[in-house]
Design a binder for this molecule. Structure first.
Ligand code: SAM
Length: 195
C-alpha cells in the first residue's frame, strides 16, 4: 500500500467531519498544496461548482475580502456573503452576462471541476468532458486575467494529448496532476494551465 494512502471512504468521513459538502474538496486541497494557486484576496470563478465544496475550501484560503462566483446547472446552497452562485449552463450566453454583471473585473483564477453526466462509456464521457473544457477555455479568454491560472478536470481518453497540445498554444505552462483523492480507477486528472 503506498505511503500516505487514504481509503476512499475515509475522505467521505473526513468531509463530513469538516463540514464539506463533497469529498471533492480534498482534491482541491491537494492541488493547492502542490501548486499554491489560491492566495488571500484572490477572486475566483468556479465552473461546475455544485454542491459547493470547492467554494467552501477556496473561500477559507482567499478570505472574506475576495469575491467568489460559482456557476452550475444545479443550485448551490448559500455559503458566505462573498460567494455568489448562479444556476446556469456554462454554454449559455446568460452565463457570460451573469459573470460580466456580477464581477466586471477579470479573475486571477478560474477553477473547473465540471463533469458531464457519466454514461459509463469511457470514450463518450471523455469527449463530453473535453467539450466542457473547451468551453472553459473559451470563457477564460473573456474572463481570465493576463497572468491568470485555470484548473480543469479532464476525463482522459483518445483526444487527451491533442487537448493538452491545444492548451499549450494558449498557456505558457501546462501541467497534469492526479490527486490521491481521485479514485484510482477513475480516469480523471486535473490540468493546471498558467498564462
Ligand atoms: C463533480 S461536480 C462539481 C463538484 C464541486 N467542485 C464541489 O466541490 O462541490 C461537477 C458539476 O458540473 C456540473 N455541470 C456539468 N455540466 C454543466 C454545464 N453545462 N453547466 C454548468 N454546470 C455543469 C454538474 O451539474 C456538477 O454539479
Amino acid at each position: 500500500m503506498p505511503k500516505n494512502f487514504i481509503p476512499q471512504d475515509q475522505y467521505f468521513k473526513k468531509a463530513k467531519e469538516l463540514g464539506y459538502r463533497a469529498r471533492s474538496a480534498f482534491k482541491l486541497e491537494e492541488i493547492q498544496n502542490r501548486f499554491h494557486l489560491l492566495k488571500p484576496g484572490l477572486d475566483i470563478l468556479d465552473l461546475g461548482a455544485a454542491p459547493g465544496s470547492w467554494l467552501q475550501y477556496a473561500s477559507k484560503i482567499v478570505g472574506p475580502k475576495a469575491m467568489l462566483v460559482g456557476l452550475d446547472l444545479q443550485p448551490i446552497e448559500s455559503i458566505t456573503k462573498n460567494i455568489k452562485t448562479f444556476v446556469v449552463d456554462i454554454f449559455s450566453e446568460e452565463a457570460v452576462k451573469l459573470i460580466q454583471k456580477h464581477h466586471p473585473k477579470l479573475f486571477p483564477i478560474i477553477l473547473s471541476d465540471l463533469a458531464p453526466a457519466t454514461s459509463g462509456e469511457k470514450e463518450l464521457d471523455h469527449l463530453r468532458s473535453l467539450e466542457l473544457n473547451r468551453q472553459v477555455v473559451e470563457l477564460s479568454a473573456k474572463f481570465l486575467a493576463p497572468r491568470g491560472t485555470i484548473v480543469l478536470k479532464v476525463f482522459q481518453g483518445s483526444d487527451f494529448t491533442d487537448f493538452i497540445k491545444e492548451l499549450k498554444t494558449q498557456f505558457s505552462q501546462v501541467e497534469v496532476y492526479k490527486p490521491k483523492a481521485s479514485r484510482d480507477r477513475s480516469f480523471e486528472v486535473y490540468v493546471i494551465a498558467r498564462r
